[in-house]
Design a protein around this ligand. Structure first.
Ligand code: HEM
Length: 535
């Protein structure tokens, strides 16, 4: 059966042919009527057979005359004001965004609690994520084959996190030694890249274990898979669906995604076989890793297939390395822009470590000011201005009677919610102790933590499908930031301040080209115990 897009492509080809013929015959009016007729037919067919969409106002038009194509184009690098505009006008209702690849419905967060526990047969995060990253072409559609990686994070990594701190710290020590300059003189560095490599190393140690975590080929694949995947996805999002199967062949990033996958299989399949042989011989060796847990928890042959396990390691890298790297980089950029808070953060880290006699199971949870700083930095520099991306797998009727048609891609304006004065007073102000102070309120000591999600705090999602790696992410971030505070001084080069964030559609990125000056901390207190102690 010919798909709608193929039919449209054929119609356009016919129209082009007729244009040529018409010019040859100098029968311009015929040609014009043919083109107009074709456009009218295409519009009618799209309207008749295309997915039904909900009626809601569009955000961001500069005037009634602004062409829709221009609005879609502006969204690529100017999404923030468009999303803010929609939120400010319609925050209790709904509005739509014109993205280059499609429209996205933005719903009020008042619906989040009734939607968050619905099963995947009704609302699917996976379909929405796969659409966002063009999974059909970027290999991310493995997510459709099961959620083994999510189950393992929930059932194994998160509950065993504190036991794992020792291993994380060992890898972090090594990573700092090889990635950070060790000099008493100021050295200019691209800190975002350094942080990314430190996180890739720690993640690799946790996911695939030693010695693969030190393998440069694996580190390269696990970091660059994400970049290549997003480059491919964005190129495809800019063009109509019917050109995608041809366009990918012209995209170098698409070839690189597949090269990364090949590398993953080459390096990980032997590891899987080795571990299976050790288990069969009754002699499992080495530390637990996410890969070994995945082998143990695989529920069917497909999940246990070594090639699929290797592929899933890349999906984990996609979900974990850049997200955590960007959040850590934003926090450092913010702190460097407000050096008056550095001493306060450093003193907290030192006093907690001295009190605990080193890094214990409880230590990280006592870094309350540091956690508040990280949460404030995420509030102002979220990973995306949208969250809770979902696809309606069936028509949904909300509690107030609003109906979301099947096939609708919807999300919540997570960025603007936290910049709303109703939720946070003086929302534009960088106030690193904002959440620390909130925790001083009676009964709120254990609230306002970074990994906690609710309908206002959606940067890790919320509900059944919230990020299963967020506790690990926060652990990594705290350990890295504490280490930087203890051992290094940092500042912007003369004449530079906090770099502006970049946006690609709704996604927010710290400027990767920005530089910091770093040097060994002068007058470091060598009596602060930093090693993991079993307490
Ligand atoms: C600051 C760092 C991170 C941020 C901001 C973040 C954010 C998110 C968000 C927004 C989602 C989608 C949730 C939803 O749809 O409701 C998600 C899903 C996910 N995250 Fe994270 N994440 C981070 C770090 C990590 C880490 C370190 C890991 C792994 C250890 C991880 C693993 C995952 C996985 C496996 C999913 C689910 C993907 C799927 O549905 O298959 N994330 N994350």
């Amino acid at each position: 059966m010919t798909s709608l897009h193929e039919t449209l492509a054929l119609r356009l080809a016919d129209a082009a042919e007729l244009v040529e013929y018409g010019w040859q015959e100098r029968n311009e009016w015929n040609v014009r009527f043919t083109i107009l007729g074709t456009i009218a037919i295409i519009s009618f067919v799209s309207w008749l057979f295309g997915p039904k969409s909900i009626k809601a106002p569009y955000a961001g038009y500069r005037s009634a005359w602004e062409p829709t194509f221009l609005l879609r184009l502006r969204f690529i690098s100017g999404a923030r004001p468009i999303i803010m505009d929609g939120y400010n006008k319609f925050k209790n209702g709904m509005f739509k965004l014109r993205r280059m690849d499609s429209d996205v419905l933005i719903i009020s967060n008042k619906y989040v609690d009734e939607l968050r526990q619905l099963p995947e047969t009704i609302i699917s995060p996976i379909y929405a994520h796969i659409k966002n990253v063009m999974g059909k072409y970027t290999t991310a559609d493995l997510m459709l084959e099961g959620n083994l990686h999510t189950r393992v994070l929930q059932a194994k990594l998160t509950p065993n996190l504190v036991q794992y701190m020792d291993i994380v710290q060992q890898e972090m020590d090594f990573a700092f030694e090889v990635e950070m300059p060790q000099s008493d003189d100021w050295t200019e560095v691209q800190i975002g890249d350094i942080i990314l490599r430190i996180i890739a190393r720690i993640s690799a140690r946790t996911f695939v274990g030693h010695p693969l975590c030190r393998n440069e080929e694996w580190l390269h694949a696990s970091i660059h898979y994400t970049e290549n995947l997003f480059m491919t996805a964005f190129a495809l999002r800019m063009t109509p669906t019917f050109v995608h199967p041809f366009l990918v062949w012209l995209l170098p990033s698409w070839y690189r995604v597949h090269q990364n996958l090949k590398t993953a299989k080459k390096l990980i399949v032997p590891l899987v076989k080795e571990h299976a042989a050790n288990i069969a011989a009754g002699n499992p060796k080495g530390d637990d890793t996410v890969l070994k847990w995945m082998m143990g928890m695989a529920e069917n042959e497909n999940e246990a297939n070594p090639n699929k396990l290797a592929h899933r390691q890349l999906l984990l890298s996609l979900a974990s390395i850049h997200t955590t790297g960007m959040a850590t980089t934003h926090t450092l950029y913010d702190l460097a822009a407000h050096p008056e808070y550095i001493t306060e953060m450093r003193e907290e880290v030192e006093s907690v470590l001295i009190e605990d006699g080193g890094m214990t199971k409880q230590t990280l949870s006592k870094f309350r000011k540091l956690e508040s700083l990280m949460k404030e930095s995420q509030r102002l520099n979220p990973p995306s201005y949208l969250a809770f991306n979902r696809t309606a797998m069936k028509p949904i009727t909300l509690s107030d009677g609003v109906q979301i048609p099947k096939g609708t891609h919807f999300a919540v304006a997570s960025g603007p919610i936290l910049l709303d004065a109703e939720n946070n007073p003086e929302p534009e102000k960088f106030d690193p102790l904002r959440f620390y102070r909130k925790r001083q309120n009676p009964g709120e000591a254990n609230k306002h933590l970074l990994p906690m999600t609710d309908k206002n705090h959606l940067h890790f999602g919320h509900g059944k499908y919230a990020c299963p790696g967020r506790f690990f992410a926060v652990l990594e971030m705290k350990m890295i930031l504490a280490r930087i505070l203890l051992d290094y001084e940092f500042k912007y080069p003369e004449g530079h301040g906090r770099p502006r964030n970049l946006t690609m559609d709704e996604n927010v990125l710290p400027d990767p080209a920005a530089r910091l000056l770093v040097r060994n901390r002068q007058g470091k207190n060598h009596n602060v115990p930093t090693k993991y102690v079993y307490a």
